[in-house]
Design a protein around this ligand. Structure first.
Ligand SMILES: CC(C)(COP(=O)(O)OP(=O)(O)OC[C@H]1O[C@@H](n2cnc3c(N)ncnc32)[C@H](O)[C@@H]1OP(=O)(O)O)[C@@H](O)C(=O)NCCC(=O)NCCS
Length: 157
């Protein structure tokens, strides 16, 4: 995607990240403490997508963990004004490349059963449902656990 690039998040990005988060995850939005906590975990990657011109306009972000053979997506969101332009796909491709470089065998994530845009996004990148986690979310909604296996199989973009 031209004009926007991923870089590690900084404390100065948090106000904008929290604005996007409040709209993107109305049920169970992460707090400032959640995001700050990710800076302190050695296995966590917290990246923001910013404009190349000023490097300050945050259009989206993702947090994922890489631990041994597994990468796991913790959260991802794109600003409403920037959706449908391929930014989430760009961020997940970066996650997958990083996971491959780190020697991970698979990428895991959980998604609400009702979150059709996200499910289609993940399926488009080759993720498949590995199990259903009953009442996973605080409102009682089930989650799909989805996985992308990286071992040997070509990653289809
Ligand atoms: C899910 C989300 C991150 C997608 O971001 P995005 O930048 O708009 O997604 P992209 O433009 O990269 O789209 C990639 C694919 O996702 C799917 N997709 C995206 N928006 C969709 C929609 N409204 N309906 C159906 N599929 C959709 C499509 O398969 C799309 O591929 P295509 O363009 O080839 O059809 C965004 O809608 C969002 O921030 N949602 C709120 C937060 C959230 O639900 N996060 C996931 C938690 S598990």
């Amino acid at each position: 995607m031209e004009g926007y690039s991923l870089r590690p998040a900084a404390v100065d990005d948090l106000d904008r990240v929290l604005e996007i988060e409040a709209v993107a995850q109305p049920q169970g939005a992460w707090t400032r403490d959640h995001f700050v906590g990710e800076f302190e975990k050695p296995y966590s990657r917290f990246l923001v997508l910013t404009d190349d011109e000023t490097d300050t306009q945050v259009a989206g972000y993702l947090v994922y963990w890489v631990m041994f053979e597994e990468a796991s997506l913790q959260t991802i969101a794109v600003d409403v004004a920037a959706r449908g332009m391929g930014y989430a796909k760009l961020m997940l491709r970066s996650l997958i490349s990083d996971a491959v470089r780190a020697g991970a065998q698979r990428v895991n994530l959980e998604v609400r059963k009702s979150n059709v845009p996200a499910i289609q996004l993940y399926q488009g990148l080759g993720f498949t449902v590995s199990q259903i986690r009953k009442s996973f979310y605080s409102n009682g909604e089930d989650a799909y656990q989805m996985a992308l296996h990286l071992d040997g199989a070509p990653v289809v973009f």
